[in-house]
Design a protein around this ligand. Structure first.
Ligand SMILES: [Zn+2]
Ligand SMILES: [Zn+2]
Length: 179
């Protein structure tokens, strides 16, 4: 959605209500296949500057980052930013202002979503992921591969036990040397 903010810059208006709904395809941007975005808010002038204040909901379809099964996830956020001053000098990091009068609202919102939604998308916190050897989805069935596929969060524990084993072997050796 593009919003003409020239009325705010001239001063003939103090606020413009904005509302839109759209579907995005985000494959290249993040691990999200698509997102349906509902956005509502306003663009207003205050203290010789123009601001955007919007709340949005993103209904996303993605792939679980461990097992690659399709999942849905909802992300909500509210974003408030200064767009430009009254002379239409865009704020340094604001790349969404065209010719000092058209604000690219939907681009602004999608960027906000990408910046704030960089966590891993998981079908479940307990997702077992895929076997690193045969690629089987370990949530559905067990495979017969030798390699034990370990949840990344538990790998520290696996290392801990491996270390323990090492220590025990060491102490046994010590005893052998002494006897
Ligand atoms: Zn999963
Ligand atoms: Zn396997």
């Amino acid at each position: 959605m593009k919003v003409d903010i020239s009325a705010l810059i001239i001063g003939s208006k103090s606020a413009i209500d904005v509302e839109y709904q759209t579907n995005y395809n985000l494959t290249d941007e993040i691990d999200v296949s698509s997102a349906k975005i509902i956005c509502k808010g306003k663009i207003f002038s205050k203290n010789d500057a123009i601001f955007v204040d919007v709340a949005y909901t993103a209904d996303m379809e993605a792939l679980c980052s461990r097992c690659l099964e399709p999942i849905t996830s909802v992300f909500e956020n509210r974003s408030l930013d200064m767009i430009c001053d009254k002379q239409a000098n865009a704020q340094e990091d604001m790349q969404y202002l065209l010719e000092g009068k058209t604000f690219l609202l939907s681009e602004y919102v999608i960027q906000d979503l990408i910046i704030n939604n960089d966590y891993q998308m998981l079908c479940s916190e307990d997702c077992l992921g895929l076997c690193s050897e045969c690629g089987l989805n370990l949530n559905n069935e067990k495979c017969t591969c030798d390699s034990i596929s370990v949840d990344p969060r538990l790998s520290a524990l696996k290392d801990f036990f491996a270390d323990k084993g090492g220590v025990e072997n060491g102490s046994t050796k010590e005893k052998n040397v002494k006897s």
